[in-house]
Design a protein around this ligand. Structure first.
Ligand code: CA
Length: 225
């Protein structure tokens, strides 16, 4: 797991970095917003710990840039000043996943980082975790409890679409557009047929009710509780 810390108080930055490397994370440090942003654009992180008050580019601007300009969904934990309600609200509105007021206990920082990484479910190597499923896009494989799930290319693409967007409803048209080549004339029930194939393969392996039907619209992947 790789983490970026953007914090201009050098001592605090070093303390966090040391603590997290002892916990087994690979840690990169930046002492201002611009340096942090350069690193964030160059590398893939499992989480970014971001101070809100930074020289130059602020944590809020950093966050907005990642979410709006880069369409990045990297988990961001914002460090705010104690009692600064405005900062917390601004941070969450800018797209931070969580915040932690200073001063904090490093063990709480670790717990928050682990919680937002779990929620995000996408690892820095591109694999997606969902319940007992692990999807590896590079190798075009899905494992269920460590065993490979045999899927056709189309089934894989459909399952990947859902696993990357838990809880989002996809219409049949959108699934057709995203999984079949452009210009493909949607046959009436092609998506339903493929969804039923995938459901059957999952159910045969004991994973039930993963893909929900949304009546009159389409399908969605059940969100994790
Ligand atoms: Ca600061």
């Amino acid at each position: 797991m790789r983490i970026l810390i953007v914090e201009d108080e050098e001592k605090l930055c070093d303390n966090i970095a040391l603590f997290l490397s002892n916990e087994g994370f690979t840690v990169d440090k930046a002492l201002d917003g611009e340096e942090g942003l350069d690193l964030a654009l160059e590398n893939t992180y499992d989480c970014i710990v971001l101070d809100v008050l930074l020289p130059g580019l602020s944590g809020i601007e950093f966050c907005k840039f990642m979410r709006n300009e880069m369409s990045s969904n990297v988990p961001i934990l914002m460090l705010t000043a104690l009692g600064e309600l405005e900062q917390r609200i601004e941070g969450l509105n800018a797209g931070a996943d969580d915040y932690l007021p200073k001063p904090f206990d490093l063990r709480e920082l670790l717990a928050r980082i682990n919680a937002i990484i779990r929620r995000n479910q996408t690892l820095s190597d591109g694999r997606v975790l969902y319940r007992e499923l692990v999807l590896d896009s590079k190798r075009h494989l899905v494992h269920l409890r460590g065993e490979e799930l045999e899927l056709s290319a189309r089934e894989f693409s459909i399952l990947e679409l859902f696993l990357r967007n838990p809880g989002r409803v996809f219409s049949r048209e959108e699934i057709t557009d995203r999984v079949w080549e452009t210009g493909y004339e949607s046959r009436s029930n092609i998506v339903d047929v493929y969804i039923s194939y995938i459901r059957k393969k999952l159910e045969n392996r004991g994973l039930k009710d993963l893909l929900e039907t949304v009546p009159g619209f389409g399908y969605r992947l059940k969100e994790l509780p």
